[in-house]
Design a protein around this ligand. Structure first.
Ligand code: ZN
Length: 350
């Protein structure tokens, strides 16, 4: 078992990689916590839950709403949960995001922790202290900062995930490697097949290195003024594609990273051969390097993105494998990349 510390102004978080759900109570500071989980996780793992009150919510990103938060608040009231209560989100990104939001707002904030059951949550969503819910069709429009006291990343929980969910987690690991760690990127290039087969040693290394990268960035910049923006690599286009096509987050981010690489090459910051390495790795991992989408609709979604500053977007480009930079890019320039991609111009094909 390895642990990584995340330090934010909103608290300190210990990420436990290789710890087991079965040992949850060793991490929990109270005797009777309140567990928040979704129906799928509850059905599969209820028999290994510790003694606790359990609030079960519906599964799926569509349920990450203020209505579900209200349901959680009401359940907490019914359980007479007071300021001394401790909430534990057991689930993927949706459960952890909403548990963190409920915990940081209920009675002006109670203590909480996570057991991350998806690879995406273990390497990304569960780490960093951002909690939130969707509003009006926009992701994470309402949220708080607040660090979970612990995040358990149990590799055994990944075995029950459908392959598409594994690939989605791997997309975020590729993102972390691409922006911050060329050695991790090379490791992925040589171990992709063992990663897809969920080889325990490989997965633990990937989760650990990925958490270290995210923790390092969050430790320097919890509130996303500079460094943390780099974590959005592939996500400007990715969110737009996800929203307008219904592709999964990881698949949309994969295609988004390829577009961001194309823009990086076009801006002269990235060598074309490095852009090809990113595409090649994503393909090896079974992730899409291009998706069918309506460029105008994607652009419209980007325009409404909360990270927009005036007519420009803070956009993450690559300088090389393992190094990112953030630049303000105009909407028009993004439009050109989308339009050109739609016509499938071989000049920027990666
Ligand atoms: Zn993501």
């Amino acid at each position: 078992m390895k642990s990584v510390q995340v330090t934010g102004s909103s608290g300190q978080s210990t990420i436990l990689i290789g710890e087991r759900l079965e040992n949850l109570m060793a991490c929990c500071p109270v005797k009777l916590p309140v567990i928040i989980t979704d129906v799928n996780v509850y059905e599969r793992y209820r028999q290994v839950f510790p003694p606790a009150e359990v609030i079960v919510i519906n599964a799926g990103e569509k349920e990450k709403t203020l209505d579900t938060v209200r349901h959680i608040y009401e359940q907490l009231l019914a359980l007479e949960a007071d300021r001394g209560c401790f909430l534990i989100g057991i689930g993927g990104g949706m459960v952890c995001d909403i548990t963190g939001f409920a915990a940081t707002t209920y009675m002006r904030g109670v203590r909480f922790g996570f057991v991350a059951t998806s690879l995406l949550c273990q390497v990304d969503a569960g780490i960093g202290g951002k909690n939130g819910v969707n509003l009006g069709g926009y992701k994470n429009m309402v949220g708080t900062f607040g660090q979970p006291e612990f995040v358990i990343c149990d590799p055994c929980l990944l075995k029950s995930l459908p392959p598409v969910e594994i690939r989605c987690g791997l997309a975020e690991i590729v993102k972390h490697a691409a922006i911050a760690d060329k050695n991790l990127f090379s490791y992925l290039e040589t171990h992709y097949d063992r990663a897809l087969a969920l080889d325990a040693r490989v997965i633990e290394k990937l989760v650990h290195d990925s958490v270290v990268i995210k923790a390092d960035i969050v430790n320097r910049d919890e509130r996303e003024t500079g460094q943390r923006r780099k974590l959005n690599f592939g996500h400007t286009f990715g969110h737009g594609i996800e929203k307008t096509t219904g592709a999964s987050h990881g698949e949309a981010v994969s295609a988004g990273m390829v577009l961001a690489c194309a823009l990086s090459v076009k801006k002269g910051s990235l060598a074309a051969r490095d852009a090809r390495r990113v595409s090649a790795l994503l393909e090896k991992l079974g992730l899409p390097v291009r998706l069918e989408f309506n460029g105008a609709a994607v652009l419209d979604a980007i325009r409404k993105d909360k990270k927009r500053a005036g007519s420009q977007i803070h956009f993450v480009l690559l300088r090389s494998i393992g190094e990112a930079l953030v630049e303000k890019i105009s909407i028009e320039e993004l439009a050109r990349i989308l339009a050109v991609r739609q016509q499938d111009d071989p000049n920027i094909s990666s």
